[in-house]
Design a protein around this ligand. Structure first.
Ligand code: UD1
Ligand code: UDP
Length: 357
């Protein structure tokens, strides 16, 4: 069996690490990897391939740093050519980035079976590019690998699974692929070499809705500046956020430590040893829970609603006062014994399904 895996952005490399390890156990499966180049800096891309021992991509498309239409269109043209040459049994895509949508559209137009890992997630905010990417990808996927019961329900509420002629869909709740990685890579966690206080908060910001709206970005930074008066804050910065902060006149307090993006092994260490996490990242909201940390979500809604419902996480928005109030007063759930994301064997379940489908 031949699987053509489409990767492009940091969280996809992290997810792919677990699945590639599982695929490598099966001599009957050949995985061909396309890296679209959506993320291209060394510490947004290569470092993950090295650390997670993902096989070197068979194709690198070099399509990064462009507008949505240009990026998606150029990716499609190149993925199409490779797909015709390789004629895979499956195209496999992860998550909700432009690379995901490009791979999905090519698969369906060439009548190649499409498998979507992290299907069924919804923010119900159509202004998010990710929401558009995931809805369209789900609609044309043959196998919808959902991470949670909520994701399955979201699909059922939208009348999934669809059948049309020979096109058929199947929904499988296989648990969350990021949990596999969190369990595996925690054994290799690496303390970063810069000076870290004993008690610190970990923060990331990169969502377009926050970086491209200066009032939202400045609301978050105002809250972080204030919090950093009593506690070190470590903020590994996404290149998108860095560029916008540098061209703004937003002031950064000295104890708000902005560092370049770190590799996953250092990130795992930083998560596991933090006091609390503040983030607009999809992946980090869950990793907080995997490592028994609470998280203030710097957004107005989330796809990971079960974490909010159980009070492990709280929606903080971007208003500085609201973030500070939640930090001081919110009664977080600290009993992490409940299992929300499966048993950490998601990669195995996905491979078994692909072989049986
Ligand atoms: C993308 C995904 C988002 C995901 C995020 C993970 C889409 C629509 N968005 O957002 O869902 O959460 O990746 O991090 O696909 N840049 C660099 N170097 C890099 C990568 C990016 O300088 O290695 C800068 C460039 O200026 C680029 C900008 O960041 O134009 C945005 O990158 P892009 O991939 O378009 O979107 P992300 O914000 O990274
Ligand atoms: N991450 C990392 N280094 C960093 C920042 C984040 O390894 O400097 C990891 C993080 O732990 C998570 C993933 O990158 O596993 C999330 O990526 P991101 O926040 O860019 O995307 P999202 O999950 O929001 O799509």
């Amino acid at each position: 069996m031949k699987i053509l895996t489409i990767l492009g952005a940091r969280p996809q490399f992290i997810k792919a690490g677990s699945l590639s390890r599982e695929i490598a156990k099966h001599s009957e499966i050949q995985e061909i990897i396309i890296h679209t180049g959506q993320h291209y800096d060394e510490n947004m891309s290569d470092i993950f391939f090295d650390e997670m021992k993902i096989p070197k991509p068979d194709y690198f498309l070099g399509v990064g740093g462009k507008s949505h239409g240009e990026m998606t269109g150029q990716m499609m043209a190149k993925i199409e050519e490779i797909t015709i040459n390789q004629n895979p049994d499956y195209i496999l895509v992860y998550g909700d980035t432009n690379s995901t949508l490009a791979g999905a559209l090519v698969a369906t137009k060439l009548h190649i079976k499409l498998a979507h890992v992290e299907a069924g997630l919804r923010s119900f905010n159509m202004k998010m590019p990710e929401e558009i990417n995931r809805i369209l990808t789900d609609r044309i996927s043959n196998i919808l690998f959902c991470p949670t019961k909520t994701a399955v329900k979201n699909l059922q509420n939208e009348a999934f699974p669809f059948f049309a002629g020979k096109f058929k869909q199947e929904i499988c709740n296989v648990g969350d692929i990021m949990q596999d990685g969190a369990i595996f890579y925690s054994n290799f966690a690496k303390k970063p070499s810069f000076k870290i206080d004993e008690s610190y908060l970990l923060c990331t910001i990169h969502r377009a809705e926050n970086t491209d709206d200066i009032s939202r970005l400045s609301g978050i930074i105002t809250a972080l500046n204030q919090l950093s008066q009593n506690r070190q804050i470590i903020l590994p910065i996404h290149p998108r956020t860095k560029k916008i902060l540098e061209s703004s006149n937003i002031k950064i307090a000295p104890n708000l430590l902005i560092i370049p993006p770190v590799g996953y092994l250092e990130m795992v260490w930083l998560i596991a040893n933090s006091k609390l996490i503040l983030s607009d990242s999809g992946g980090l909201q869950k990793e907080a829970y995997f490592f028994h940390k609470n998280c203030i979500v710097l957004r107005d809604e989330t796809e990971w609603v079960e974490l909010v419902k159980s009070k492990f996480n709280v929606i903080g928005g971007t208003n500085s006062q609201s973030i500070l109030n939640l930090y001081e007063n919110f009664n977080f759930n600290k009993d992490f014994s409940v299992n929300l994301y499966g048993d950490g064997n998601t990669a195995k379940a996905i491979v078994e399904k692909l072989l049986a489908y």
